[in-house]
Each structure stands twice: as C-alpha cells, then as structure tokens.
Design a protein around this ligand. Structure first.
Ligand code: PLP
Length: 223
C-alpha cells in the first residue's frame, strides 16, 4: 500500500498549495512543487511519477547521478532540481544532470557554472541562494553581498531566474520569506524558491514560485 500512500500525500500537499494560493489570490499553477527525494531510493519516486509528478529535488550531485539517469531515460520530461550546496569541482556534472540549480552562492561558482554551460551547451535555470538570516555556518550569500553576486551572474550571462533561501531553524519563517520576496522585487527577478515541509503554505502565501518538500511527501529521512 506504499504506492497509495505516496499518491495520497502528493494529493494532500497539492491541495494545501492550492488552498494557500487561493487565499493569496494566486493560481496554484504558479507554484512548482519540487518533491525532495534525497536519501530515499529511486523506487520512492516511482509512484509520484506514475501520478504525473515531474519535478524532483536532490541535494547531492553524486547521489542524483546514481539515482536518476534510468528514470529520466524512461520519462524524458522529468525535471531535476539541485537544492544542495555545489562544490566547484562538481559544477560540470551538475550542469549536465540538473534542469535547475537553486544553490548559486558565490562568485567563484558563477564563473565555473558559466564555463560548464559554455562547454556542455546546457543552461539550467539558476537561483541565487541567500543566507537570509545572516547566520554563520549557513549556506548562501550574505544579504549585503547579493547585489554584487547578481551583477556577476549578469556579466557571466548565467540564466538567473530567482532567489532561494532556507530560513533560520526554530523561528517564524514568514518574515524571512517576505524579505526574500522584497529582495527579488528589488533586483527584478521573479522566481522565489522557498518553503519546505513545515512552512510551504506560508511560503506560497508570500509568493513562492518553487516549494521544496521532502518529508511531507516521502516521510522521515533515516540518513
Ligand atoms: C532537505 C531539503 C528540503 C526538504 O526538506 P523537508 O523539511 O523534508 O521538506 C528543502 N530544501 C532544502 C535545501 C533541503 O536541503
């Protein structure tokens, strides 16, 4: 009955997104639900694919490279999103594998991504990850460094479509989502990758275009 339960969870999350979007006067189809399958085996994604779901998220290039090529061969319309930190030496592999990269966070990565795109001819959508709570140890560029990093992306002709954030743990996420939305408006980008299992409805109300949901779809991660 694993299959029915994954499908039911998908239907529940979709219904939540539709409700939150309606409350905010938005259309549900303005929001891409990224099913974050990291740490789960490829088989876990199969029932969602069968139910018509197409967008999946992984946080490690190596894991995604081992898991997804057979599924993509069977379903060429799948879209893979990299949501985890990207090491420069994996940039070319990431560009070859992913359709969107949500973790552009530093000037040196912009340069290697641009080079990898030139070499492979692939141009995945890019989101600049912002360390929205300015937390030490947290991924993403500092809020104060965002203008310079975006300028660097423009100069390198990176296809930047939006901003991404992970709000600080244990705090109300909405103010951080609102800040990310404001930064996106200020810099004229429209994509907002924000919201996870615990807060995707609030993210949708504040304008998320991409929510990244793992646990609510696949259950708790064991690793
Ligand atoms: C794991 C992860 C998610 C999904 O988290 P859940 O709480 O399981 O929904 C979303 N975004 C990023 C960047 C992640 O690493």
């Amino acid at each position: 009955m694993q299959e029915a339960s994954a499908k039911d969870r998908l239907a529940d999350v979709r219904a939540d997104i539709a409700r939150a979007a309606a409350l905010a006067g938005r259309k549900a189809d303005e929001v891409t639900l990224i099913a974050v399958s990291k740490t789960h085996p490829a088989e876990a994604a199969v029932p969602l694919i069968a139910a018509g779901h197409r967008d999946f998220g992984e946080n490690r290039v190596q894991e995604a490279g081992a898991k997804w090529p057979p599924l993509r061969a069977a379903h060429p319309d799948l879209r893979l999103h990299l949501i985890g930190q990207l090491q420069s030496n994996k940039a070319e592999e990431a560009v070859a594998l992913f359709d969107a990269i949500h973790s552009v966070d530093r000037p040196s990565l912009v340069a290697v991504l641009a080079k990898a795109m030139g070499k492979t001819g692939r141009r995945p959508d890019c989101f600049v990850q912002v360390n929205i709570g300015d937390e030490p140890q947290k991924g993403g560029c500092a809020v104060a460094e965002l203008p310079a990093l975006l300028a660097k992306c423009v100069a390198a002709e990176l296809p930047v479509v939006g901003l991404m954030c992970i709000p600080p743990d244990g705090q109300e996420a909405a103010p951080y989502f609102a800040l990310l939305a404001k930064l996106a408006r200020r810099h004229d980008v429209t994509g907002l990758s924000m919201g996870m299992s615990g807060d995707y409805e609030s993210a949708v109300m504040i304008g998320a275009t991409h929510v990244r949901v793992g646990t609510a779809l696949f259950g708790e991660r064991t690793s």
